[in-house]
Design a protein around this ligand. Structure first.
Ligand code: COA
Ligand code: AMP
Length: 632
């Protein structure tokens, strides 16, 4: 029996005992009354009755246990030419002082704090400072525009918003403060204060009375100790895209989250305390929360916070430079990052100029890892390349090749096996399990293990409707796939109208809501179509209002600008085509699945319910005119 099988069986035989054992490696100020509280099912709560503090376990405990002089966080920013390191002791001091800023501005346990910041150490410090005082942070990715930020502010109703003067996108400076100001104009919920970090060479204009200068506030701040919070109290809210333009506020607790992440660091990633761990993502996404900030720090690892891109900062060798310079042992990124590197440096010439011998493994997630990309990375890096599957909602991988438990044989195209805690099943539309090798909806039997979402922020009903109602007794992942005879999980596509662009999850419905506001457009559909670099990109199809007098190019430019303005540049919306009508079922539902297949050049069967089959030929011709980026 492999160690993985032993671990799986141990969890199967006694799930509560399994997680209690994992929890013993963390520090609790009060023990739990029950490992799993099922009394309010389907709202399960882990480690009920316990008290703890996530910041203590990430930072202070390492100082108390003799790791104070080890690097906790390395900030590597090729866009500003900075490399700066913080020991655990220095991080403790920075976090305690910034917690003092929050407290001085009236924030306390349970208050929400929205963080809209670039990839700078202050962002991680702010997150940990919130955790320190029991405030609930909600980080909003910097690529979102004012409107999206406003939606999140309205939902989270924060006491404070933390921001910075600007971010840097390769060479383009993105002024954050004007975006924040417009978001606050749009939002009906107004925070009491905004604390603004002024980056070098820029001074964002502060609104007197409302805005506070970060550094000035820090100069007079009283350091704060960690406040005990209930294990079941929320640590953070992270908004993610659903099928509509209204984002879902995923709520994560303190106790279960710590237990799951710490267990995953050792058993999935095989990371030992003291090693350097690097997740090249952004703190605005779940990968950034779990594996730039919390996971590595909980495990006593040095984490790398990288402000740059895989190419262009300055070239496709930057990942290898960072690995060599900081002696990274475990590296994690999205397949799209490797696809752009492969495009720029197909033979890995830049890689040959660095020594990446320190690297133990590369982990890929955020989208399906195509076998070509995995093999390219394997050949060039000469380390195991591990595809693993997870979601904002689960917060940590539900399927992986668990390096820490001993690698299993690789099957290209599969995220390997279910992680202990996740009973993954493939279900048909009647919620019945399908045989091995057959495709269906991927669902996870309840209860979900520690670390997964507790609910959606202030919307228990939406949590039930979105995830639990379709398959009673299961959490619906919204992914489709199959499990083969050896138990390997294959994740093939989303079942809903969510697309995955460069590892970023975006709502087609959200884009349609924006496009529908154009005065010349009667109706529209947005499709996520295959792109060799970004995995998927959006393409819009629009039907004009009768009498609308606008050229297609002009319309495309206007719609591209609207999406950029309302959702943000990360939507990567660049293509809109005009069609005479959209194909629908007789009951009026747009045939998105068929449209996507046409766009991807896949075979499709004519839906029996289509109202006008001829329109599909017209759309196929129109989509042919869209020129997506192609690999050489
Ligand atoms: N703030 C402001 N704008 C941002 C932003 C941020 N934090 N992040 C992205 N954007 C902008 C980009 O500048 C780009 O703008 P443009 O249309 O003016 O060029 C747009 O949003 C699209 O961004 P992206 O999809 O990231 O495209 P890109 O061409 O800049 O980079 C990759 C493509 C593949 C290099 C990049 O997406 C990447 O490194 N992805 C892998 C890692 C990752 O972050 N994964 C996420 C989850 S694991
Ligand atoms: P996010 O919530 O942004 O992390 O996106 C989660 C979605 O990304 C999942 O529901 C999948 O559709 C997709 N995804 C993440 N990892 C993988 C993977 N390893 N293989 C296939 N799809 C993945």
């Amino acid at each position: 029996m492999s160690t993985y099988q032993e671990s799986w069986q141990q969890w199967r035989d006694d799930p509560e005992g399994f997680w209690a054992e994992a929890a013993a490696s963390l520090v609790w100020s009060r023990p739990w009354d029950r490992v799993l509280d099922s009394t309010q099912a389907p709202f399960y709560r882990w480690f009920a009755g316990a008290e703890t503090n996530t910041c203590y376990n990430c930072v202070d405990r390492h100082v108390d246990e003799g790791r104070g002089e080890q690097a906790a966080l390395i900030y590597d920013s090729p866009v500003t030419g900075t490399v700066r390191s913080y020991t655990f002791r220095e991080l403790q001091s920075e976090v305690a002082r910034f917690a003092g800023v929050l407290v001085a501005l009236g924030a306390s346990k349970g208050d929400r704090v929205v963080i809209y910041m670039p990839m700078i150490p202050e962002t991680a410090i702010a997150m940990l400072a919130c955790a320190r005082i029991g405030a609930i942070h909600s980080v909003v990715f910097g690529g979102f525009a004012a409107e999206e930020l406003a939606k999140r502010i309205n939902d989270a109703r924060p006491r404070l918003v933390l921001s910075a003067s600007h971010g840097i996108e390769t060479r383009r400076v993105v002024e954050y403060k004007p975006l924040l100001d417009s978001a606050l104009e749009l939002a009906h919920c107004k925070p009491e204060h905004c604390v603004v970090f002024q980056r070098e060479n820029s001074t964002a204009k502060l609104v007197p009375g409302r805005d506070i200068d970060w550094q000035r506030a820090l100069d007079t701040a009283e350091p704060q100790d960690c406040v005990p919070v209930a294990a079941t109290d929320p640590l953070y809210i992270l908004y993610t895209s659903g099928t509509t333009g209204v984002p879902k506020g995923v709520v994560r607790d303190n106790g279960g989250h710590m237990v799951a992440l710490k267990w995953s660091m050792q058993n999935i990633y095989g990371a030992q305390p003291g090693e350097v761990y690097w997740a090249a993502s952004d703190v605005g996404w779940v990968v950034g929360h779990s594996y730039i900030v919390y996971g590595p720090l909980l495990n006593g690892n040095t984490t790398v916070l990288f402000e740059g891109k895989p190419v262009g900062t300055p070239d496709a060798g930057v990942f290898w430079r960072v690995i060599e310079q900081h002696q990274v042992k475990t590296f994690f990124t999205a397949p799209t990052a490797f696809r752009v590197i492969k495009k720029e440096d197909p033979h890995g010439d830049l890689l040959k100029t660095y020594d990446t011998g320190c690297l133990r493994a590369l982990f890929l997630a955020g989208e399906r890892a195509d076998p070509d990309t995995i093999q390219w990375a394997e050949n060039h890096l000469q380390v195991p390349v591990i595809d693993h599957w997870w979601q904002t909602e689960t917060g940590w991988p539900q399927a992986a090749n668990p390096l820490g438990l001993g690698l299993l044989p690789v099957k290209y195209g599969s995220a390997t096996v279910p992680v202990p805690g996740f009973d993954i099943q493939v279900l048909d539309e009647h919620a019945a399990p399908v045989p091995a090798g057959h495709t269906g909806a991927l669902a996870i039997k309840l209860p979900l293990p520690p670390g997964c979402l507790q609910t959606l922020w202030q919307d228990d009903q939406r949590f039930i409707d979105s995830y639990l109602a379709e398959f009673p007794g299961y959490y619906a992942t919204a992914d489709a796939g199959f499990i083969d005879e050896d138990g390997y999980v294959y994740v093939m596509s989303r079942l809903d109208d969510v697309m995955n662009v460069a590892g970023h999850r975006l709502s087609t419905g959200g884009m349609e809501e924006v496009i529908a506001n154009h005065q010349s457009i009667a109706e529209c559909a947005v499709l996520g179509v295959k792109c060799p670099i970004k995995g998927q990109v959006p393409i819009g199809l629009a039907v004009l209002k009768t009498g609308a007098d606008i050229g297609e190019t002009e319309l495309e430019q206007e719609v591209v600008a609207m999406i950029r303005h309302d959702i943000g540049p990360l939507a990567s919306f660049k293509h809109l085509r005009v069609v005479t009508r959209l194909p629908k079922t007789r009951s009026g539902k747009i045939l998105r699945g068929t449209l996507r297949k046409i766009a991807d050049g896949e075979p499709y069967t004519m839906p029996a319910t289509i109202d006008d089959p001829v329109i599909l030929d017209e759309i196929a011709c129109v989509l042919d005119t869209v020129n997506l980026e192609r690999l050489p």
